[in-house]
Write a protein that binds this ligand. Sequence first.
Ligand SMILES: [Zn+2]
Length: 377
Amino acid sequence: MTMKKTKAETGFSVTKSREGLRLGYMETPHGGLETPVFMPVGTQGSVKTFTPMELEELGSKIILGNTYHLVVRPGLDVIEKMGGLHQFISWPGAILTDSGGYQVFSLAKLRKVTEEGAVFNSHFDGRQIFFTPENVVEMQEKFGSDIMMPLDECPPYIDDRSVVKKAMERTLVWARRSRKARRDFRLALFGIIQGGHFDELRNESLERTVEMEFDGYALGGLSVGEPAPLMYEMVEKFAPRMPWDQPRYLMGVGMPIDILRAVACGIDMFDCVIPTRYGRNGSAITRGGLLVVRNGLYSEDPKPLDERCSCKVCLRFSRAYIRHLLNAEEILGPRLVSYHNLHFFLNLLADIRQHIQAGTFTQFHKDFSSGYDAAQR
Ligand SMILES: [Zn+2]
């Protein structure tokens, strides 16, 4: 007799650790990857301005998709008929899909949230859609997402404890139902820890979510408008309390210095729209901080975006040319800045892994922070 499988085929192991710092290896149905890892965001099935070939070239092993956006358009049927999300978007690596709970509560015209789920009208065509913990898992299984996130209620930064407590409790009820709804055990399902900035709520959420035995855990509800020191405080307190032998994911964070601080607390996975959003706006993330290429200061500057960067864009193009492209609204401008930015983030994580391996992370963290103008965040 075989036991019913309750764990995903997505495996994770800590391969090296020292004083709370950790290196890990994650196996997914679409290949393995080393952690800490940065996951580029491809909300609508595209990491904005990048071809999948470019993502491979940059060494990206895992990208994000968003259930809400993909269900709104092109719709679940199209993706299913096209052979699942990987095949539809032609991405051979791993995919983590966010449930879209955050978008349901922020973007959609929300009709009603009950214990059962959320009824909303699509922001795209007004179509009425009903999200329940069960059907959100079912949708992600139809996508074939390597890592699925359950439907949760993520309140904005708010000082009202009762609102945060209610969202935390609903998230727990929904987590239990999500876990029961799983059918495809090759795919991983993570639990999301809520509780805002209230210690006792975070702690309760963490303990009760871990009891349910998910394949990994995420700190949710951070980077939602709270002051940076408060976010750091939460990550410093709660990351070390997350299960040691499972992946720890800090949702939606963040700038390079946020990532470094979270890595120091033992976080393994990050996602953020910053590289591509800033890229589209013409802001480059560099070792010195933010560089607003559009600025007139750079109109005759022959230097690359970042003098210490070895990406294809920095090896070839000047600030002056990229500034011209942005001002002339040439589509190449946002593409070039986005390429540099994503290279910067993926390279930062590669450096982080190398320094953890070599035992020199603390010095690297210190050097990076002192050379980075945090005032420009
Ligand atoms: Zn570069």
